[in-house]
Write a protein that binds this ligand. Structure first.
Ligand code: IDP
Ligand code: MG
Length: 150
């Protein structure tokens, strides 16, 4: 099974979208493996967005992400990374299709509600930034045998 790192950003939390977002991942058939509600320290924001450190928008991105509590999650399932990116939609909410989280709930690229890992390698890296190995919970979802053909 694959895992992906998902985070409701401070705008999503303030707009009370956590429940709606969790519902979409659950309904899709992904399995929650870990979750935490917290304000991210600077060091983890910098690690999380390592590839954007030199971008002109990085200072405002850091301020945005540190501006309030985030809801951090790990979701598990076959092809979880790509599936989650589809549920989330395009980076710029004005390009994101209706039915996606950013397409339904966002309007501005600088306030795009949610983060999701962009590859299995990024997912492993990001999960390790935010969660200890013993925080990842292993269990069987009762509907697993009907969610997958094999
Ligand atoms: P992603 O979140 O869809 O993977 P990335 O290109 O990795 O998109 O960018 C990370 C985050 O940085 C975006 O989700 C968004 O919050 C912010 N961001 C990216 N591009 C811009 C921009 O041009 N202006 C402002 N913020 C941006
Ligand atoms: Mg990204």
């Amino acid at each position: 099974m694959d895992r992906t790192f998902i985070m409701v950003k401070p705008d999503g939390v303030q707009r009370s979208l956590v429940g709606e977002i969790v519902t979409r991942f659950e309904a899709k058939g992904l399995k929650l493996a870990a979750a935490r509600f917290e304000k991210l320290p600077e060091v983890r924001v910098t690690e999380q967005y390592q590839e954007h450190l030199t971008k002109p928008f990085f200072p405002s991105l850091k301020q945005y992400i540190m501006g309030g509590p985030c809801f951090l999650m790990v979701w598990e399932g076959r092809n979880a990374v790509a599936i989650a990116r589809k549920l989330i939609g395009a980076t710029n909410p004005s390009d994101a299709l209706p039915g996606t989280i950013r397409g339904d709930f966002g309007i501005d690229i600088g306030r795009n509600v949610i983060h999701g890992s962009d590859s299995p390698e990024s997912a492993a890296r990001e999960i390790a930034i935010h969660f200890r190995q013993n925080e990842l919970v292993t269990y069987t979802r009762i509907d697993e045998s009907v969610l997958y053909e094999y």
